[in-house]
Structures are given as structure tokens and as C-alpha cells.
Design a protein around this ligand. Structure first.
Ligand code: SF4
Length: 352
């Protein structure tokens, strides 16, 4: 081992010394040059484009994000356009990506940029971090990708790869920052993302094709596939939901809007209530009249971060105080995920 100071996980696990770290960086960057994924958000990197893509990439796979990013930036090519838009339109464009607080925060961040930063994404790290919804990951990614700063973008891939390479129970942002190769932060951040998606994958890492297997301390310790150590997750409570896909005599669909705070705030959904599968009770709760017997739809589970809905849906023809929307107009409304799934199972022509 070289005399350079060691970098890496704390005892009792290993460390990687200076020369090995340089070899590790070089090998991963060379691998990246050969295997870089041509993702659309990596092209034409304006600060606004980087910021929007990083908001979307939190909690969502890169491949899923691409078409959303194209649509979103076509409608909101600069912060001022998003700042001036209504929340419902923004949520509708975000529909399908989930975690809608990201969309709300991005709109608030755009408004802050218009008010305080001349409509531009701020360059200073402290200004970036002060924007709604911008945490350490987004600030690091925007700093590196948009402004050429020496900042780590510590996402789930980096956590997994670094935990394994350095045999750490759970690598942290400090380690990610310590192993950044000078002058190559943007490439290095992307290299860890791609390497974590293609080689050092969750569950069963592909060590047999790994270009840095001989340097991997987690592999040497025989526990790479168990890293990072999972945090115990509290059990998610199961909530039974009964919902009505109600159509009027002309085929329009009846929807209600959720409250402006809390789960799925402001989204539109089918009339529903917590409790056993009793469509008449749902109709009574919402002041609706059913014009015929309701038909049961396939049940499904919808998993949120902190709870699970078990949804029992029924389709029926009826009337009452709902917002009645033609099938063709549904795309303009931000639909809650469970409602979109119910409608897909009940309405011919509704996109799956
Ligand atoms: Fe990941 Fe295996 Fe390579 Fe270690 S040897 S970095 S666990 S793929």
C-alpha cells in the first residue's frame, strides 16, 4: 500500500489507500467512458434543465424520467414559465411520476428564482440549498453538472457502490465527497450512477464482470451483496378503500378533488371512502344516486411510502354532485395514482 493517507470506511472495516484510490477512480472513469448511458437529460446541460431533471430523478428511474422531462421542459422552458403556471397544470404534467410534493416544490422553487435570482437557477450552494425541495443530493448534482463544482451527488447508487467498495455498513456523503477525483466530479458522479445501475446492482452485484473487483473491500469481506445494510422499515398500515367509478348517462366520469393538504393533496380521484366494499355506502357518503347495480372491479394494492391501500372498486352509472369529465379531458387533470388505475381497469380507451 502507498504512503498516502487512507480513505474509506471506519474500522473495523477496511480502508483504501492513496494509490489504490487513484486506481479505483481511474478504472471506474475508464469503464464509464465505454459504458456511459446516453440519457437525454445528460445532453444540453443548462442549469434549469439539470435542476428539473434532478427533481424528477429523485425516487424515479432514469428511463422513466426521459419522456416526462421532454414534455415538462417544452411547456416550461425556463423558471419564469413554471413560476407563472397553476398548480393543477403542473401536477397534471407530473402525473405518473408520483411523489407530487416534488412538483409542488419545483414550482415554488421557480417562484423563488423569479423573486430573488432574476429568474435563474442560483449558482451559490447556499442559495441552491435554500430553494424549496433542494436537499444535499440535488444541490450536489446541480453544483457538479450545471456549474462545474467539486460536489458529490450522493444518490442511492452512490450509497450502494461506495458501501460495497469500502465495506461500510452505509456509506455517507462525507465519504462520497472524500473520494471525488479532482476536476472530474461530474463524470465521477455519473460513473457511480451508471456503474450502480449496470454492474454493482441491488441484491446480486455482477462482481464477475466488475472492473474494480480486486479493489472491492466488501467483496473481500464476503458481504458485498448484503451492503448497504438496510435500515429497519416500520410496517406499513393497510387501509381498505372502497371506490366508485361512476359514469353519467352520457359516459362522463365523476371525480372529486382531494383536500389541499396531506396525501395526494389537490389530486382528483373517484369518490371513495375508507372501509369495507360497500358501494352504496360510498354513494351515500358523497350524496350520489346509482342508476343500476354496481359491478365489482378487480381489487388491487397501492403502496405509498408510509401505508398501503387495498382498493376495491365498483363501476356504476349514476348522478350527483361530482365534477363530470369526458374521457378525452382526463389528461388535463392531475389524477391520483389509484384513481388512474381504477379508471384503466373500468373505462375502455383509458390509457393503461
Ligand atoms: Fe460491486 Fe461486486 Fe464490483 Fe464490489 S466487486 S464494486 S460488489 S460489482
Amino acid at each position: 500500500m502507498a504512503g498516502a493517507p487512507p480513505v474509506g470506511a471506519r474500522e473495523p472495516h477496511g480502508t483504501v489507500h492513496g494509490d489504490d484510490l487513484a486506481r479505483l477512480q481511474r478504472s471506474l472513469l475508464e469503464w464509464f467512458e465505454r459504458h456511459r448511458r446516453p440519457l437525454p437529460f445528460r445532453e444540453d446541460r443548462t442549469p434549469w434543465r439539470v435542476l428539473v431533471s434532478e427533481f424528477m430523478l429523485q425516487q424515479t428511474q432514469a428511463e422513466t424520467v426521459a419522456p416526462y422531462l421532454t414534455r415538462f421542459l417544452a411547456r416550461f422552458p425556463e423558471p419564469a414559465a413554471l413560476a407563472a403556471a397553476g398548480e393543477q397544470e403542473v401536477l397534471a404534467l407530473w402525473q405518473g411520476l408520483g411523489y407530487y410534493s416534488r412538483a409542488r416544490n419545483l414550482r415554488l422553487a421557480a417562484q423563488r428564482m423569479v423573486q430573488s435570482h432574476a429568474g435563474q437557477v442560483p449558482d451559490a450552494p447556499e442559495d441552491l440549498r435554500a430553494l424549496p425541495g433542494v436537499g444535499p443530493y440535488i444541490a450536489g448534482a446541480v453544483g457538479a453538472f450545471a456549474f462545474g463544482r467539486e460536489t458529490a451527488a450522493f444518490d442511492a447508487n452512490a450509497l450502494r457502490v461506495l458501501s460495497r467498495l469500502f465495506d461500510a455498513d452505509r456509506a455517507g456523503p462525507d465519504l462520497a465527497q472524500a473520494v471525488l477525483p479532482r476536476g472530474r466530479a461530474a463524470d465521477w458522479n455519473e460513473a457511480l450512477m451508471d456503474f450502480g445501475s449496470l454492474v454493482c446492482v441491488p441484491r446480486v452485484p455482477r462482481c464477475a464482470i466488475c472492473p474494480v473487483a480486486d479493489l472491492c473491500l466488501g467483496r473481500r469481506a464476503g458481504r458485498a451483496d448484503r451492503l448497504p445494510v438496510r435500515r429497519p422499515t416500520p410496517p406499513r398500515p393497510e387501509v381498505a378503500i372502497c371506490a366508485l367509478v361512476l359514469q353519467d348517462d352520457t359516459g362522463r366520469i365523476g371525480l372529486v378533488q382531494r383536500a389541499n393538504r396531506g396525501l395526494l393533496a389537490g389530486m382528483w380521484e373517484c369518490p371513495a371512502m375508507q372501509g369495507p366494499p360497500l358501494p352504496d355506502a360510498v354513494a351515500a357518503e358523497h350524496g350520489l344516486r346509482l342508476h343500476g347495480p354496481p359491478l365489482a372491479l378487480p381489487a388491487f394494492r397501492h403502496v405509498f411510502t408510509h401505508r398501503v391501500w387495498t382498493v376495491r372498486g365498483f363501476s356504476a352509472v349514476g348522478s350527483g354532485p361530482l365534477r363530470w369529465v369526458g374521457v378525452a379531458e382526463l389528461g388535463a387533470l392531475p389524477l391520483a395514482g389509484p384513481a388512474a388505475r381504477l379508471l384503466a381497469g373500468a373505462i375502455p380507451g383509458f390509457p393503461k
